[in-house]
Ligand binder design. Structure first.
Ligand code: GLU
Length: 421
C-alpha cells in the first residue's frame, strides 16, 4: 500500500516495518494486513495553555489515536513529553493492540500524548493542561469506547483529574473511564506496581530458557519511574541482585546489590537518584554496558541502538519501556545470542491490571491485592509460555513470536466480524 501516509515518522515506520515483516512470515491476507497498518481513528487537537504567570499563553498539541476498535474498547496510556507527535502516538497505539491481544484482554490499542514537558510545570499548570486536554478529547473517550491510563510523564494524579473532568461533564462519577487512578477513586490495588512486577514474573522462565540461575542473577535497570522502580523492587524480592538503576540525573551502581526499597525512599525525598550514598554514581547511559546478567530498559524508546548494542554484556534483556531497542540493535543482539523478552509481552502487566481495574469499576466489586497479583502472575506466565512455544515451533525470536500471537488473534477477530455494510 503506497498511499499518502499521515502517520509517516521514524517510529511509526519502524512499527509498521515490524508488522509487515511478521505479517509476511505468517502469510497474512493482504486485505487484513492493509487494515492493520493504519490506526482506525486519530484525533489531533491544539489548545491554549495559560502559564501560572498569566502573561504567556502557549498553543499545545495533543493526540489520541485508536488503532483497533474491533476487540472492545480501545486502551492505552497518555504521555506528556516535549517531543511527542502523531507518528509516535500512532506507533504506540499499534503496539498496544498487539500487547492486549498477547495477554488476551478484550481491548484494542490506543495511545494519547500531549506535547509538553511535565517536569517544567507547576502542579496547577499540570492540572489545567490535563483538564483542558481531557475536554478536547472527551467525545473520543469513555468506559465503553476508549479508556486512557498513565504513561511516560503522567501518573495517578493526572488520571484522577481526567476522571474528574469526564465525570463533571457527564454529571456523575465514572471511574471506569480511566485506569491507573488512585485506589480512593476506584483504582485497583497493585496497579502502580503492576508493570514492573509483571515484568519480573517472567525472569525465572526467561532465565530457564538460557540456563541462567535467576537466584542471584545480576540486574541493571535503566529508568526509575513507575516501571523501573517496581521492577527493581520485584527483582530484589525474587532473589535477583539489582546492581544498578538510573534516572535522568544518572545511574547508581553497587556490585554487591542495591537496597531498592531504600533507593525508592531516597527518590521520594530527593526526587533524583543523584546523591544516594551506598553506591557509585555513573552516567545514566553506562547501565547498558555494565557486566550484568540481565538488562531491563524501563525508561524511554530507542535507547539500545546500533552504537551501544556492541557494549551490552547482558545475556537477557527484558523490555520494560515501549520500543527501547531499535530494529538494528535487535538484530545485532539476537545474532550474539542475547535473549530479548519484547516490550509487548514483558510490560503487558500494566495493561493487564488496567483491565482488572476496569472490570472492578464496571462491576463495582473490588479485589484484594492477593487476587490481583495472583491473576497477574497467571496471565503473564501463560503469555510467556505461549510466546515461547511459538518461538520454538516457528524457529523465530521472541519478538516475532509475540507479534505472531498478537496479530493472529486480531486478524481472526477481524475476519469473523466481517465488513460493514
Ligand atoms: N501506558 C501503559 C502501556 O504502555 C499502560 C496502558 C494501560 O494500562 O492502558 O502499556
Amino acid at each position: 500500500m503506497e498511499t499518502v501516509n499521515e502517520y509517516d515518522s521514524p517510529m511509526y515506520n519502524e512499527a509498521v516495518g515490524q508488522f509487515d515483516r511478521v505479517a509476511k512470515l505468517m502469510g497474512l491476507d493482504d486485505n487484513v494486513s492493509d487494515r492493520l497498518r493504519v490506526p482506525q481513528k486519530a484525533l489531533v487537537v491544539s489548545f491554549p495553555f495559560r502559564h501560572d504567570t498569566y502573561t504567556d499563553v502557549e498553543t499545545i498539541f495533543g493526540y489520541r489515536v485508536q488503532h483497533l476498535t474491533t476487540m472492545g474498547p480501545t486502551k492505552g496510556g497518555i504521555r506528556y513529553a516535549p517531543d511527542v507527535d502523531l507518528g509516535e502516538v500512532s506507533a504506540l497505539a499499534m503496539f498496544m493492540t498487539w500487547k492486549c491481544a498477547i495477554v488476551g484482554v478484550p481491548f484494542g490499542g490506543a495511545k494519547g500524548g500531549v506535547r509538553i514537558n511535565p517536569m517544567e510545570l507547576s502542579r496547577a499548570e499540570l492540572q489545567r493542561v490535563t483538564r483542558r486536554f481531557t475536554m478536547e478529547i472527551i467525545n473520543a473517550i469513555g468506559p465503553e469506547t476508549d479508556i486512557p491510563a498513565p504513561d511516560l510523564g503522567t501518573n495517578e494524579q493526572v488520571m484522577a483529574w481526567l476522571m474528574d473532568t469526564y465525570s463533571q461533564h457527564v454529571g456523575h462519577a465514572v471511574p471506569a473511564v480511566v485506569t491507573g487512578k488512585p485506589p480512593a477513586l476506584g483504582g485497583s490495588v497493585a496497579r502502580r506496581e503492576a508493570t514492573g512486577r509483571g515484568l519480573m514474573f517472567l525472569l525465572p522462565q526467561a532465565a530457564r530458557a538460557i540456563d541462567l540461575n535467576p537466584e542471584g542473577a545480576t540486574v541493571a535497570v535503566h529508568g526509575f519511574g513507575n516501571v523501573g522502580r517496581y521492577a527493581a523492587l520485584a527483582g530484589q524480592q525474587m532473589g535477583a541482585k539489582v546492581v544498578a538503576v538510573s534516572d535522568i540525573s544518572g545511574a547508581i551502581y553497587n556490585p554487591d546489590g542495591l537496597d531498592t526499597e531504600s533507593v525508592g525512599k531516597w527518590v521520594d525525598e530527593n526526587r533524583y537518584l543523584e546523591g544516594y550514598h551506598y553506591a557509585d554514581f555513573l552516567d545514566g547511559n553506562d547501565v547498558f554496558a555494565l557486566d550484568v546478567d540481565v538488562l531491563v530498559p524501563a525508561a524511554i524508546q530507542n535507547v539500545i541502538r546500533k552504537d551501544n548494542a556492541p557494549d551490552v554484556k547482558a545475556k537477557l534483556i527484558i523490555e520494560g519501556a515501549n520500543n527501547p531497542t531499535t530494529l538494528e540493535a535487535d538484530d545485532m543482539l539476537r545474532e550474539r545470542g542475547v535473549l530479548i523478552v519484547p516490550d509487548i509481552l514483558a510490560n503487558a502487566g500494566g495493561v493487564t491490571v488496567s483491565y482488572f481495574e476496569w472490570v472492578q469499576d464496571v462491576q463495582k466489586y473490588f479485589w484484594t491485592e492477593n487476587e490481583v497479583v495472583a491473576r497477574l502472575r497467571e496471565i503473564m506466565t501463560r503469555a510467556f509460555d505461549d510466546v515461547h512455544g511459538i518461538a520454538e515451533q516457528e524457529h523465530v525470536d521472541m519478538r516475532t513470536a509475540a507479534l505472531i500471537k498478537g496479530i493472529r488473534r486480531v486478524a481472526d477477530a477481524k475476519l469473523v466480524r466481517g465488513i460493514f455494510p
